[in-house]
Design a protein around this ligand. Structure first.
Ligand SMILES: O=C(O)CCC(=O)C(=O)O
Length: 273
């Protein structure tokens, strides 16, 4: 395990805010272990409404994949795993969930008073070609500064161990971004396994909340159903994506404030209605 070449002076930051929703135990677990599981973050009716709209988006992505050689593009493959980014641009229900008061409160309690949506994507794990998604940090894919942002892995189905729930490596977030290697066709990997790994199963409407720096993987889906997840990522206002080849210094920075999909969800300590 070695650091990403751009990660030279990382220090984990714990914002000082009066919590709006989370308990001290949840907040401590997040900062010390890098994750916690929260059940029933959004209600069943909201889950059903958003799933109906997201299923339509995913069906289009899957149809696109089916028309490609080997039915795959980069790490997505029909029958195995699909990724559908930026659902908030197409789905009013996804947009509402991205700024849901419970989720905005979690963002406030873990990131501080000014937070924007940074990224959203559906990840559907299909049972036809069960496969693991390898150990990685979200900041190992696209390098964001500050390195520390938040992933809310919102489950739309019952994410059991057999269905391919996340596993996390507790405490490994504290050193910042790790170097990753590409493992074809699975994705980027920071290590092949971890001795202290913990499974994080979660029910529909619940979430695994973890840092962009928390190494995680998901297991194969060996059930008969599709495991559906809506991943929502939030960053402090002012976050940038760093550009360039990782073997050299970054060549540019791009502010993450696209008004269509990177809007504020907490401003001045208050959730944006
Ligand atoms: O949901 C999954 O199976 C893996 C997705 C993931 O970890 C990611 O998109 O970073």
């Amino acid at each position: 395990m070695s650091s990403h070449p751009w990660n030279t002076d990382f220090a984990w930051l714990r914002p000082s805010v009066a919590p709006r929703r989370l308990t001290e135990t949840q907040i401590d677990q997040f900062h010390e272990q890098g994750f916690f599981v929260i059940e029933n973050l959004i209600d069943a009716e909201t889950v059903a409404a958003v799933t109906a709209e997201l299923d339509e988006i995913e069906a289009e992505v899957d149809a696109l994949l089916q028309g490609l050689p080997d039915e795959r593009m980069f790490i997505a493959e029909s029958g195995a795993i699909t990724f559908s980014p930026h659902a908030v641009k197409q789905s009013p229900a996804a947009q509402a969930v991205s700024a849901h008061p419970a989720i905005a409160d979690v963002c406030h309690d873990l990131l501080g008073p000014d937070v924007r949506l940074y990224w959203d994507q559906l990840v559907y794990k299909k049972p036809q070609k069960p496969r693991e998604f390898p150990w990685h940090q979200d900041n190992g894919y696209t390098y964001v500064e500050p390195q520390q942002y938040l992933t809310i892995w919102l489950s739309l189905t019952d994410a059991t161990v057999d269905a391919g729930c996340p596993w996390v490596a507790p405490g490994e977030h504290l050193g910042g971004t790790l170097a990753h290697d590409y493992v074809d066709p699975l994705g980027f990997q920071c290590f092949p396994d971890h001795p202290d790994k913990v499974a994080a199963p979660v029910g529909p409407g619940g979430a695994v909340v973890f840092s962009s720096l928390t190494p995680h993987k998901t297991g194969p889906n060996t059930t008969d159903g599709v495991r559906k997840t809506y991943i929502l990522q939030y960053a402090p206002h002012g976050a940038d994506v760093l550009e360039g080849d990782v073997t050299a210094a970054p060549t540019g920075r791009v502010r993450q404030d696209d008004p269509e999909r990177q809007y504020p969800v907490v401003e001045g300590g208050v959730p944006v209605e």
